[in-house]
Design a protein around this ligand. Structure first.
Ligand code: FAD
Ligand code: SF4
Length: 535
């Protein structure tokens, strides 16, 4: 039966987005299958809004289809019978979510449209505007998946304990969250006596490389996922990325399996080598190292952060796991993830326009192909295209850092990140890229730009030993572009950095350069910047 033929008006039109796949989704509260309609839409416009990695599209569509099937078993009469509908890609005419919503509001004439807070500012604005235009009441319910509501974050950010009102610091937020949720606490004090074991989480793999890296868990590609894979290959053949390594959980059961696997096999080793990187010459070494691979499941809401934290704490208590690893992991979820979401909603929409350094260069073409001589970039991008995955330091200190040093337009870098990572959703991608990697928001929540020379990459990986460039060289044909552009960046911003006690140390070495050295670095940088595509 089509929406147009329906006689009885619907009470509530309940919208569920592709990253809201939790059965306790607040939009479903009070759902009555006999009078409410659930609407889920697969939309080409969303898949192609940025030039998405094929694995990202498959992940979202397959997880959505599985979720709708799961809902159908909860509410069989409502979903299979009367009102609710799931619109599959290629089987409907809507090229945007807004168009699909508009048509259904017109056809069903609901008294209310109900949705859980979307994860993207643009979608929320679209929906607000649409409901105003259609004169229908819109109810946006708080997203209880998160442990800190938007309102609580706003309150924290404005109460002066956040660092300062202008600059927000994750560390203060994290401590408050530890206390509030009583996580790794010993009365009022942190277990172990310190809040943060970050300093113990930066070890390299040494000359021997990673040892005994656990294998990544596997999920079965079932008929639903296979259908989606075929559809994506058919509809988006030119999109970047490969589907031959698709390992991502698309159901809650699979996500729980990933969580169990991480806790049992990886959590103990998570902290020590969290920042280290390694070129995957040996196919036996998992490219995911000791990382959890939980971001996709958390972001799609197949997992709840509370259960992830509880599982880590339980393993710490039961199995005496190293506190530095457990704290390091919990800091990412309870600290960074919640903080980043809070900042996104606090600072949108201006965050999406920030360009502190007024950088305007185009993203080099090889960000899509990995066809570059810079081995750190080649390896990180190659891995990204194969798996839709790179870990935090690869994102921050390789592809992200090059973006700021090469003066690339933040909008181009942001679009790339949103496109290529399987876990990319705007509320988490944008603050990480604009705020952390590119300093495009002028240090709203980082005390200084994350920049370093090739020496950092050499220390943290084996990339440089397989590279035509030399990380220690600033100028000359073998000079590492990251190193040259790093010094160029410090020279260019010398005056500002020297004035600020937080950045003064960074530029101290520049004082030791002769005028000739400075000129040579600047000249070589100009040359590099004019031919980024050729690096
Ligand atoms: P692990 O390394 O095992 O970490 C555990 C969990 O902590 C992650 O699953 C994630 O949920 C959370 N986490 C860790 N760091 C962060 C952070 N900085 N912000 C928010 N959550 C964090 N994460 C995304 O989920 N989506 C993105 O689009 C995304 N884009 C990023 C872009 C840049 C430039 C940077 C520097 C980081 C980005 N991150 C993003 C954060 C982080 O890199 C990924 O969450 C992580 O690499 C995912 O892999 P994992 O699940 O194995 O995480
Ligand atoms: Fe990257 Fe420079 Fe090292 Fe090459 S030498 S891998 S470009 S940091």
């Amino acid at each position: 039966m089509t929406a147009e033929k329906r006689q009885k008006p619907v009470r509530n039109l309940i919208l569920i987005l592709g990253d809201q796949l939790n059965l306790d989704n607040p939009a479903l509260e009070g759902f009555d299958a006999t009078q409410d309609c659930i609407l889920m839409v697969e939309c080409a416009g969303e898949a192609a809004h940025v030039w998405s990695h094929k694995a990202r599209i498959v992940l979202f569509l397959s997880a959505m289809r599985h979720f709708y099937d799961c809902l159908a078993t909860q509410y069989p009469c409502g979903l299979q019978g009367i009102y609710s509908r799931y619109l599959k890609l290629g089987e409907h005419e809507f090229d945007s979510l807004k168009a699909a919503w508009a048509k259904h509001i017109d056809a069903l004439k609901p008294q209310k449209v109900i949705i859980c807070e979307p994860g993207e500012y643009r979608l929320e604005q679209d929906l607000i505007a649409l409901c105003q235009e259609k004169s229908v009441q819109l109810v946006i319910r708080d997203d209880t998946h998160f442990m800190c509501s938007k309102a609580d974050f706003k309150h924290w950010a404005s109460d002066g304990k956040s660092g300062s009102k202008k600059e927000l610091r994750m560390e203060f937020f994290y401590r408050q969250m530890r206390q509030k949720f009583n996580v790794l606490m010993d009365g009022k004090n942190p277990v172990g006596g310190v809040w943060n074991y970050d300093a113990e989480n930066r070890k390299t793999f040494g000359k021997l490389g990673p040892q005994n890296v656990p294998k990544a868990p596997k999920v079965n590609i079932d008929a639903v996922t296979q259908q989606v894979i075929d559809l994506v290959e058919q509809l988006f053949p030119n999109h970047p990325g490969s589907l031959s390594h698709f390992i991502w959980p698309v159901t809650r059961m699979q996500a729980l399996k990933f969580l169990d696997d991480f806790i049992a096999n990886k959590l103990a080793g998570f902290g020590v080598h969290q920042d280290a990187m390694w070129q995957e010459n040996d196919a036996k070494i998992s490219p995911y190292l000791w990382h959890s691979l939980l971001a996709t499941s958390l972001n799609l809401k197949l997992l709840n952060p509370r259960e992830v934290i509880a599982a880590a704490v339980l393993a710490y208590k039961k199995n005496q796991l190293p506190l530095a690893s457990v704290e390091g992991f919990i800091r990412q979820i309870l600290g960074w993830r919640e903080f980043i979401r809070g900042v996104y909603w606090l600072d949108m929409p201006q965050m999406a326009n920030g360009n502190h350094y007024q950088h305007t260069r185009q993203l080099p073409r090889w960000y899509w192909s990995a066809d570059t001589h810079m081995n750190c970039m080649k390896q990180t991008i190659k891995q990204t295209m194969q798996h839709g995955y790179a870990h935090h330091i690869q994102r921050l200190m390789v592809t992200g850092m090059f973006g700021i040093l090469a003066e690339i337009n933040p909008r181009e870098v942001e679009a790339w990140y949103l496109a290529v990572y399987v876990d990319a959703v705007e509320w988490v991608e944008l603050p990480n890229v604009a705020g952390m990697a590119l300093y495009a928001n002028g240090g709203r929540f980082t005390s200084k730009p994350y920049v370093a020379s090739g020496a950092y990459i050499k220390r943290m990986s084996n990339y440089c030993s397989n590279c035509r460039y030399k990380p220690e060289l600033k100028t000359g044909t073998l000079a590492c572009p990251t190193t040259t552009l790093y010094w160029n960046f410090l020279i260019k911003h010398y005056a500002t950095f020297a004035r600020n006690p937080r950045t003064a140390l960074m530029v101290k070495n520049v004082q030791r350069f002769s005028a000739e050295e400075v000129a040579a670095i600047q000249a070589q940088s100009l040359q590099l910047l004019s031919k980024l595509d050729d690096l």
